[in-house]
Design a protein. Structure first.
Length: 429
């Protein structure tokens, strides 16, 4: 899908917050397991550490703890190729969406490979600081396999850059430290790099586009739609700590929707992935300690299909038909029988009101769907720099606050209760 966008510089300007409404009454379906391969079935393999699906014919390339790469037929599990990759651990594997090219990353080296030849196109040496072991390295290929986004750190040094695979040239350098595998839109235009909060970058210019708050204490998963317009960020709900899944529209420069994940409903949010055209999504969750995949046909509605699954972590194929992973002692592929053609994303009305806006004085926030009690607010400028903060008391869904005198312009008001973000809204002074 080809689209041309104007300047996108965004801090969330519209927020809808709702409590988690997972449909506990859904009857779970069983995912159709295509195959499973264990370390006991494959000679001289003790542990699987990373994998990715892609290529034509479609394969899963899995890395072992000893540095081997094994290519499995994605539909049958038959072993197709096996080669030695690189230094010991492989941190991640990335397949180009539309090319028979994949990457592997290790503590000191990233390699770009051809499939099915399984030969090396390019090697990138990773920065060493007095021989220190790199804490983490990620590599993500663009859809055409012609560029690779490499990022990581080794103690005091952080490095993220977009490189040309053919020449090895560094095209753009980003001052950001990724702690999750970066995501790149199918049109190779926008990259998501997670550090504290997800950061969006324009890969054609190398410019920063946006910071996208995750709604909790860090993100555990993120996804971007094929056209780069929509972004999903999940923050895990775990013991005594709520999580959230948040959706952003990069074109309209707004936060579409945030669903709070109540930790009392069980662990959830370890993995989130858009379905076709970003009309719905899939999310991992637990019920009574058992893992499930919930499929939501819309971004704002409850789950419509629930699948039993083997593990709390997983990866989704680019066509949303398969779920797979390698978990220490096994590699597996399952088919998800869902229809992913859903209703279009519509314009969602605000559940709250900030008034007066524009204003030169105090503000009233009304229509909040939260209990009475204290809250804190902050004001940030268009660069995301916080310039004001204070306390407020919410009563019957409303509160008042006074940012004081500010120069004329656009600002972003955030309202929080402890670590929970209640809203982020653009105001004019």
């Amino acid at each position: 899908m080809n689209r041309t966008y104007s300047v996108v510089i965004m801090v969330a300007s519209v927020v809808l917050t709702f409590q988690s409404s997972f449909a506990a009454e859904l009857e779970p379906r069983k995912a159709d397991t295509l195959w499973t391969r264990t370390t006991q079935q494959i000679p001289h393999v003790w542990q699987f550490v990373a994998c990715a699906m892609g290529g034509d014919p479609r394969v899963i390339v899995a890395a072992t703890s000893s540095g081997d790469l094994i290519a499995f037929d994605a539909m049958t599990g038959d072993t197709l190729r096996r080669v030695k990759s690189q230094l010991g651990s492989v941190y991640n594997i990335s397949f180009a969406r539309n090319a028979n090219v994949f990457s592997t990353s290790s503590p000191f080296k990233v390699k770009i490979w051809r499939w099915p030849e399984m030969d090396i196109i390019r090697e990138f040496s990773i920065h060493k600081d007095n021989g220190d072991y790199n804490d983490h390295v990620n590599a993500t290929l663009t859809s055409d396999g012609k560029k690779v986004l490499i990022g990581g750190n080794n103690r005091d040094v952080k490095f993220t850059g977009l490189h040309d695979v053919e020449t090895g040239e560094l095209l753009h350098q980003f001052s950001v430290l990724p702690t999750l595998e970066p995501k790149i839109s199918a049109d190779d235009r926008i990259a998501l790099v997670y550090t504290d909060n997800p950061q969006a970058y324009d890969l054609t210019t190398g410019k920063w586009l946006a910071t996208l708050p995750s709604g909790g204490n860090g993100a555990t998963s993120m996804d971007i739609s094929e056209d780069g317009r929509y972004v999903a960020v999940s923050c895990v709900a775990d013991w005594e700590e709520d999580g959230a899944v948040t959706f952003y529209d990069m074109v309209e420069q707004r936060q579409i929707y945030r669903r709070w994940l109540d930790w009392k409903d069980g662990r959830s949010g370890d993995k989130v992935a858009f379905s076709e055209d970003a009309k719905g999504y899939m999310i991992m969750r637990e019920i009574s300690g058992e893992p499930f995949i919930d499929f939501h046909t819309t971004l704002t509605g409850p789950a419509s299909v629930r699948f039993e699954y083997e593990n709390i972590s997983c990866r989704f194929s680019p066509d949303w038909k398969y779920v797979y992973d390698c978990g220490s002692l096994e590699v597996y592929v399952s088919r998800l029988n869902v229809t992913t053609h859903n209703s279009p994303i519509g314009t969602i009305p605000n559940s709250y009101l900030v008034s007066p806006n524009p204003s030169t004085g105090a503000l009233t926030v009304s229509g909040l769907d939260v209990t009475d009690g204290p809250a804190t607010w902050s004001i940030a400028d268009v660069t995301g720099t916080q310039i004001r903060d204070g306390d407020a008391i919410i009563t019957s869904g409303s509160c008042q606050l006074d940012p004081g005198a500010l120069p004329q312009g656009s600002y972003f008001l955030s309202l929080r209760r402890q670590d929970r973000l209640l809203l982020t809204h653009q105001i004019q002074r």
